[in-house]
Write a protein that binds this ligand. Structure first.
Ligand code: FAD
Length: 420
């Protein structure tokens, strides 16, 4: 790829900013691109995967193979960003399910048993959002490119773009921009990038209840006596480590997900998968599985810890560089809050950008956005981690700088400590 010659808008242009880069085209990246497209003449989303032409699983979002429910606040934010999205998803085979008395979710500080969840495959949701974002003027997606690092001005005070490489190529290219938003998920290298530029990387809090997911997709049986839409076997701390979920997706299919806590990981081989399902406290899940036709392999996922990077408290900010989504606050999947939390964290971005437009530049945005994001996601983080601390095997880790790891059992208080 030739190095694109993108001019940088003078940072005092009051009308509109010129070019923003978003790293990662998943839920947070696409939502960020949508918001940015109201304030920047051009938005480039850089994605390391080549995106499938029709909804399908992809390497960069491996969690898409596992049950994904979208809770009401996430639905509302997406609908506001993309009017008509919910109707389109329904038409494509998604289902809205009232979670009912046997399912409870944390939300806004309380348990709820009456939430209406959106249930469809994760690729369907992502594809629908992707099509709407890329239809907006000025938005483009560079697929198959890895962002390698941030580029900065000679005094390292503000970001000037990113260095990137097409997958499979050795040559690097540079893309200039006024703003870079990192939404590259759990694998984000933003802390290392900041450290290499002489900035203090964020403190990290990790609360790990050692949750494992194993999922297979099934064709829903036609003549099965099913009086539920969503089947959920709850795990119960401290000893009831095993649970599961069957959720409907488009194409008359089910995600069948087995969940194990405290390192009681569900196996990914056929015999082990079925044995784990049989061991659940209720036989209903395995009965449904036996009546259904498996359509996929069995996929496991264990990179599920709760991890918060405290970008809201950096002593100094690289101007024009923001971090959002799982790259900041990644939560354990069993609470079905990750996408909603990513969207809540981006809700303040539009307001921040309006303020910056009044100022006529992007100075101070990094700090104000990261502080808003932290406030917006604090409730979700607290509720989920409080719940996960009920598992005796949960470990709390406070990472104060990239060289320091301090592990403590969950019961102990978390005291940040800097050691050599
Ligand atoms: C097993 C499991 C089940 C889950 N279930 C639910 C659920 O039911 N409900 C819910 O709301 N949430 C759920 N989640 C959480 C949800 O998947 C995440 O919170 C959400 O995907 C976060 O989106 P993101 O855009 O921040 O990051 P990601 O989805 O991780 O996307 C990051 C993107 O960045 C790209 N990328 C990474 N590095 C680079 C780079 N250097 N250059 C270019 N591109 C790059 C990747 O390819 C990817 O496309 C679940 C998570 C897991 C693990």
């Amino acid at each position: 790829m030739n190095t694109p010659q993108v001019s940088i808008t003078p940072r005092n242009n009051p009308a509109v900013f010129d070019h923003a880069i978003v790293i990662g085209s998943s839920i947070a990246g696409l939502a960020a691109a949508r918001v940015l497209s109201d304030h920047f003449a051009r938005v480039t989303v850089i994605e390391r995967d080549r995106l499938p032409a029709t909804p399908d699983f992809r390497r960069g979002a491996p969690q898409g193979r596992h049950a994904h429910l979208l809770l009401p606040p996430g639905q509302a934010i997406l609908e506001q960003l993309f009017p008509g999205l919910n109707t389109a998803l329904l038409a494509a085979g998604a289902t809205f399910i009232n979670s009912g008395p046997e399912t409870t979710f944390f939300l806004d500080g309380a348990w709820h048993d009456d939430l209406t969840c959106l249930s469809c495959s994760r690729p369907l949701l992502e594809d629908a959002v992707y099509r709407r974002v890329t239809a907006r003027p000025g938005v483009r997606i560079l697929q198959g490119y890895d962002v390698l690092r941030l580029d900065v001005d000679s005094r390292r005070r503000y970001v000037t773009g990113v260095s990137l490489r097409r997958r499979g190529d050795s040559a690097e290219a540079r893309l200039l921009a006024d703003l870079v938003v990192d939404t590259s998920g759990r694998s984000s290298r933003a802390p290392q990038w900041l450290a290499q530029l002489g900035y203090t990387p964020p403190r990290e809090t990790i609360i790990n209840p050692f949750t494992g997911y194993t999922t297979r997709i099934y064709r829903r049986p036609t003549n099965f006596d099913q009086n539920w839409q969503l089947l959920r076997v709850r795990r119960t701390p401290p000893d009831g480590t095993r649970g599961g979920l069957i959720s409907p997706i488009e194409g008359n299919r089910w995600y069948v997900t087995l969940i194990g806590m405290s390192r009681d990981f569900p196996p990914t081989d056929e015999a082990g998968f079925m044995a784990f399902a049989r061991s659940l406290p209720s036989p209903r899940m395995v009965e449904a599985m036996q009546a259904a036709e498996p359509l996929s392999g069995i996929y496991g996922f264990r990179n599920t810890e709760n991890r918060l990077r405290h970008y809201e408290e950096l002593p100094r900010y690289l101007e024009g560089f923001l971090v959002a989504g799982d790259a900041v606050c990644a939560v354990s999947p069993v609470h079905a809050q990750g996408m909603t939390s990513a969207l809540l964290g981006l809700e303040g971005l539009a307001d921040c950008l309006v303020e910056q437009r009044h100022r006529g530049n992007l100075n101070g945005l990094a700090k104000s956005f990261q502080q808003r994001l932290r406030q917006a996601t604090d409730n979700v983080w607290q509720l989920i981690t409080d719940d996960d601390l009920r598992w005796p095997a949960t470990i709390v880790t406070e990472r104060v700088d990239s060289a320091t790891l301090l592990r403590q059992p969950a019961a102990a208080s978390v005291t940040p400590m800097v050691t050599g």
